[in-house]
Design a protein around this ligand. Structure first.
Ligand SMILES: NC(=O)c1ccc[n+]([C@@H]2O[C@H](COP(=O)([O-])OP(=O)(O)OC[C@H]3O[C@@H](n4cnc5c(N)ncnc54)[C@H](O)[C@@H]3O)[C@@H](O)[C@H]2O)c1
Length: 353
């Protein structure tokens, strides 16, 4: 009997390839349908990945009773509508980050998950990287003691993807909601998901998208367009947690920086760790501060295998009924943090969550 999960992918742009390629390798799932507003794009992916059903209206895809689960890889402003419609149509959902654009939308998605009992996994892909899981294993086993501080940066000199990413109505914001979400999430997850109590943030629009720059490539939306840009270039924030721990971040789409930078660092009372840019633990050995480099396949995130792990986990949770390690509650919590930072920046004051 063929009891593979039948998967529909909604949104066939840039990131969808990592979903398609990962599902292809899943023995317990098969790519069954693809949907994009742009028919040609959907047809292209259908041909590339041998997908039998093509749609341009997601409602028609959801009306297909054979489909068990969907990946939602569309613009951020559609995540809530599509997730809720999919859940109510009886489908399980893997939704790309961010969960949605606002706390209100996140609460509505959470209600739909609770009422339908279907699986919803948020695509916080950094959690699924093997190095992040290794660090979690070390932290869970007390190797770093209690984590009281974390610090993360994701700075692009030139990296506004244009198109919908730079249209605040469709994206919800710039680098904070697009790439800040990843580094805030992985820190928060590794810190043990403490309750956030306040945020203080700043956003800046000083450089624009630097569309004039030549000789340097960067990630672009499928419908790249540099004309319209209503999002911030840079955001920074301090997030305080109920247990006294704090997290500092800064993220940019454009910045006069010497080079792009990614760093994710956590500090505990027994030791520290740098997950990015290169996995290293810091500890004390016989009164000597000692850096420890684990021998792992990769020093930094390996994005293809991280996506493969994310998709495998989704397929496995759908089949077993277990709750994913990145459930809707975590997506909701992230929206409280992100929206709180934008509110803090707009008001010029700290926001209590
Ligand atoms: N996990 C990651 O590392 C990562 C990386 C990049 C993007 N993303 C997320 O993935 C999502 C898509 O990003 P992208 O870079 O692929 O963008 P993209 O612009 O390349 O592709 C988005 C596609 O969605 C389609 N679309 C939009 N609304 C639709 C609808 N209602 N029905 C059907 N199709 C629709 C568009 O036509 C487009 O083809 C975003 O939420 C983004 O935040 C995640």
């Amino acid at each position: 009997m063929n009891n593979k999960l039948k998967i529909g992918v909604i949104g066939a742009g840039s990131i969808s390839d990592l979903h398609f390629a990962s599902y292809v390798k899943e023995e317990q799932a098969e790519l069954f349908a693809v949907c994009d507003l742009n028919r040609e794009r959907a047809e292209g992916k259908a041909a590339k990945y041998n997908i039998p059903h093509i749609y341009t209206d997601y409602r028609e895809l959801l009306a297909n009773p054979e489909i068990d689960a969907v990946s939602i890889c569309t613009w951020n402003n559609t995540h809530a509508e599509l997730s809720i419609a999919a859940l109510r149509a009886g489908k399980h959902v893997l939704v790309e980050k961010p969960l949605c654009k606002s706390v209100e939308e996140a609460l509505q998605i959470q209600t739909a998950v609770q009422e339908t009992g279907k699986t919803l996994q948020v695509g916080f892909v950094r959690r699924y990287d093997t190095n992040a899981q290794l660090v979690k294993h070390f932290i869970d086993n007390g190797q770093l003691g209690s984590i009281y501080y974390a610090k993360a940066s994701c700075l692009r000199r030139l990296g506004n993807p244009g198109g919908w990413f730079s249209d605040v109505e469709r994206s919800g914001g710039g680098p904070l909601i697009d790439i800040g979400v990843h580094v805030i999430d992985v820190c928060w997850y590794l810190m043990g998901r403490p309750k956030p109590v306040s945020v203080s943030g700043n956003t800046y629009r000083q450089l624009g998208n630097r569309a004039n720059i030549k000789n340097l490539n960067f990630y672009k939306a499928a419908d790249y367009d540099a004309e319209h840009n209503t999002v911030e270039d840079l955001a920074n924030a301090l997030i305080r947690f109920e247990n006294g721990a704090s997290l500092m971040i800064d993220v940019s789409f454009t910045l006069h920086a010497k080079k792009d930078e990614i760093s994710v660092k956590l500090y505990g009372d027994k030791g520290g760790v740098e997950l990015e840019p290169e996995l290293t633990f810091v500890t004390e050995v016989l009164d000597t501060i000692t850096n420890v480099s684990p021998q792992t396949n990769n020093k930094s995130i390996e994005i293809n295998s991280a996506f493969q792990n994310e998709i495998s986990h989704f397929v496995s949770c759908v089949r077993s009924g277990e709750t994913p390690i990145s459930p809707v509650e975590d997506g909701l919590n992230m929206m409280k943090i992100l929206c709180g930072i934008y509110e803090s920046a707009a008001k010029g004051q700290e926001i209590r969550l």
